[in-house]
Design a protein around this ligand. Structure first.
Ligand code: FEO
Length: 172
């Protein structure tokens, strides 16, 4: 059985990962409406990854004898003024998620819950990658996005993203 705080935070994180998936679908909806199908695809893949994160945490809780509660998933409340706005919101969101993962890690450390710390190691690494990806997208958009041809090429590049279910993450 896991420590009460760790269990509660992990349970909340399941919901937050599903929210992340929902938020990224909202980004994809925006880009699809703007005719940028590559950007939309990139965020659809991202949404799938977020769902995977939620499922990994759900499985971890269940495997440790903890009941999982399914709370309401919040409505994405963002409005997007331009094509850069979702990218900026995505970077900000990933930084927030990193702070949440760190808080669970800190709770596990305080509880001497080394098993959960080991489980979370994958997420710590993943957050580093996701923040970098989000930052890279902003950099590319700044460099190429103001020119129609550059934007077209960037959209093509993002269309090539392939969803690969995590095989190196914690057991699903
Ligand atoms: Fe599941 Fe993007 O963090």
């Amino acid at each position: 059985m896991l420590h009460e705080t760790v269990k509660t935070l992990l349970n909340e994180q399941v919901n937050k990962e599903f929210y992340s998936a929902y938020l990224y679908l909202d980004f994809a909806n925006y880009y699809a409406g703007a005719g940028l199908d590559g950007f939309a695809h990139w965020y659809e893949v991202q949404a799938q990854e977020e769902r995977d994160h939620a499922m990994m945490m759900r499985r971890y809780l269940l495997d440790n004898g903890c009941p999982v509660t399914s709370e309401a998933i919040a409505k994405p409340d963002k409005t997007y003024a331009d094509n850069m706005a979702p990218l900026a919101a995505g970077y900000e969101h990933e930084q927030y998620v990193t702070s949440l993962i760190n808080a669970i890690y800190a709770a596990a450390f305080a509880a001497k819950d080394f098993k959960t710390m080991q489980f979370l190691d994958w997420f710590v690494k993943e957050q580093g990658e996701e923040e970098k990806n989000a930052e890279d997208l902003i950099k590319k958009m700044k460099l190429f996005g103001s020119d129609a041809k550059g934007l077209y090429m960037l959209d093509k590049e993002l269309a090539a993203r392939v969803y690969t279910p995590s095989t190196t993450g914690p057991a699903m």
